[in-house]
Design a protein around this ligand. Structure first.
Ligand code: C2E
Ligand code: MG
Ligand code: MG
Ligand code: MG
Length: 289
């Protein structure tokens, strides 16, 4: 009896494993196709200077909807892209598309100070990454200091063959800005703030969630903000979902906010309309562009 039961639970386990492996394989094959055929797109989530009520920047976020698989969440396909190496062509596409979008906004009189894109450790460790970045900036005529690259702390320990500090310094030497994404999660170490050439720190949304009724949580965010400021690093609070959360973090000295409480990520077209509505259009710039 016991043997039969363990046999059936093994079969259940094996079936689930097979299903997962099959889905992973499916995603890898379809993702490669999607990258080749240009079937991915970017959404843009506004970053607001909250006290001023002005959109100063936005984060480009990859989106993929496959005819067979449907919408695949970025957390799922980015992980598979990283494991399979597809993150290299995918990441290059994201950077080019992000810079091109920034330029198209400017040319339409929709001035942003900067634009952000996420990069994976695997992607920026690739030989030639810094050259590629420089080429993309040139081709799209993007001022390097207008591009922010978001990296996570995982760059510090996923592979030590290439020193991450060297890569980030080379990126930084181009004039491109670096943001530390999801700050405070995972294996956070404050020493990274000293060792890495960080321009901006993005406070992870887990710190903002439920902050209203949580004095300790508030003290923590306030301390992170003031620490960053005294190091000359800008701060963005991620994941503010309510107006109250926006007002709170802004009262702690963090004026830059990205979250559903400002706006959700949106298509390029919707973002341009949104930008025109919130910031207005500089018609002289639009005519000149
Ligand atoms: P991330 O870089 O930390 O991006 C922020 C994520 O938080 C986005 O999820 C965004 O939709 C979500 N978010 C923003 N505000 C709120 C809020 O108020 N509440 C909640 N609950 N969520 C909020 P998304 O677009 O699903 O992306 C997930 C992650 O996938 C990103 O996290 C990033 O790590 C990765 N990712 C997305 N696009 C790219 C890409 O082009 N390249 C790389 N390497 N990674 C990417
Ligand atoms: Mg990010
Ligand atoms: Mg983040
Ligand atoms: Mg995140």
């Amino acid at each position: 009896q016991a043997k039969a039961e363990s046999g059936s639970s093994y079969r259940f386990y094996a079936t689930r494993m097979n299903e997962q492996t099959a889905r992973r394989g499916q995603i890898e094959i379809s993702l490669r196709e999607a990258i080749e055929q240009g079937n991915l797109h970017l959404n843009f989530q506004p970053i607001m200077d909250f006290p001023q009520g002005r959109i100063v920047s936005c984060e480009a976020l990859a989106r993929w909807s496959d005819p067979k698989l449907g919408v695949v969440h970025p957390v799922e396909f980015i992980k598979i892209a990283e494991e399979s190496g597809l993150i290299v062509p995918l990441g290059e596409w994201v950077l080019r598309e992000t810079c091109a979008f920034f330029q198209s906004c400017n040319q339409n009189g929709l001035q942003l100070d900067s634009i952000s894109a996420n990069i994976s450790p695997r992607q920026c460790r690739e030989t030639g990454f810094v050259n590629q970045l420089q080429n993309i900036l040139g081709e799209t005529a993007t001022e390097p200091s207008c591009l922010q690259l978001e990296i996570t702390e995982s760059i510090m320990f996923d592979d030590q063959r290439v020193n991450p500090v060297d890569i980030l310094q080379a990126i930084s030497a181009l004039g491109v800005k670096i943001s530390l994404d999801d700050f405070g999660t995972g294996y956070s170490s404050l020493s990274y703030l000293k060792r890495l050439p960080i321009d901006t720190l993005k406070v992870d949304r887990t710190f903002i969630k439920d902050i209203e009724g949580d004095p300790d949580g508030q003290a923590l965010v306030e301390a992170i903000v003031s620490m960053a400021r005294s190091l000359g690093i800008s701060v963005i609070c991620e994941g503010a979902e309510t107006r109250e959360q926006c007002s709170l973090v802004s009262s702690f000295g963090c004026s830059l906010i990205q979250g559903f409480g400002i706006a959700r990520p949106m298509s390029a077209e919707n973002f341009r309309q949104y930008l025109g509505r919130i910031n207005g259009v500089d018609n002289a710039a639009a005519r000149a562009g």
